[in-house]
Design a binder for this molecule. Structure first.
Ligand code: SF4
Length: 213
């Protein structure tokens, strides 16, 4: 019998294992990697200059078996203090977006491209994204969600290796290693541009439909 191993087959297999209650793991340099091991590694990370100014590493939180993962940009001040993603005003708005899908924060997984706060909430720099993005890729490989929703341009551009404006790609379904990926606005952007909220609601409706399939 010929067995063809594709990334889709591997994803389906790990999803089936997770549904049976078996912890998902992948092999990293020959050793099994789990979310807990990865979290421990990231908490000690000194790979970029942000390690010197962070209060806490913000690894991500939620259901590690979630079907839906939200990926934002980087921790802000409140997130840096609490060590949790999306806990300020933008976090409240993200909660509302999640509720639109008919889910709660505990049903999804939330993380960022950068795990440490850029001082003054400035945009992530290229070398910071390069240093940190491997953690996000591994996180997504381990969670293996059904759908990814990127929040803002940095998450979209980092995952897809492109340089797009969010206003151009928002709401257009694409994929990341075979996983459907829907880009929407970052909640912080929505707080400053309330006229865009209707488009974000539409994106949540789209996510709801995709999750039902
Ligand atoms: S931002 Fe990422 S790469 Fe930089 S120190 Fe924090 S965890 Fe490490």
């Amino acid at each position: 019998m010929k067995l063809s191993i594709t990334s889709q087959n591997v994803r389906n297999f790990t999803r089936a294992l997770k549904n049976m209650g078996v912890d998902a793991y992948i092999f990293d340099r020959g050793a099994p990697m789990t979310i807990l091991k990865l979290r421990k590694e990231v908490r000690q990370c000194m790979k970029c200059a942000l390690a010197a100014t962070r209060r806490n590493v913000v690894f991500g939180e939620g259901d590690v078996n979630a079907q839906l993962v939200f990926v934002g940009e980087a921790p802000g001040e409140e997130e840096d203090i609490q060590g949790r993603p999306f806990v300020g005003r933008a976090g409240k708005l993200l909660d509302q977006l999640i509720e639109r899908i008919g889910l709660g924060r505990g049903d999804v997984y939330i993380c960022n491209v950068l795990k440490c706060r850029p001082p003054g909430n400035r945009d992530p720099e290229e070398q910071e994204r390069e240093a940190c993005k491997g953690y996000l890729f591994t996180q997504l490989e381990l969670i293996n969600p059904k759908i990814i929703c990127t929040l803002g341009r940095h998450a979209y551009n980092t995952l897809l290796g492109v340089d797009e404006r969010i206003t151009r790609v928002r709401g257009v379904l694409t994929s990341y290693h075979g996983i459907p990926l829907l880009p929407t606005y970052h909640p912080s952007f929505l707080l400053r541009n309330q006229d865009k909220i209707k488009e974000a609601w539409e994106d949540m409706e789209k996510l709801k439909q995709l999750l039902r399939k």
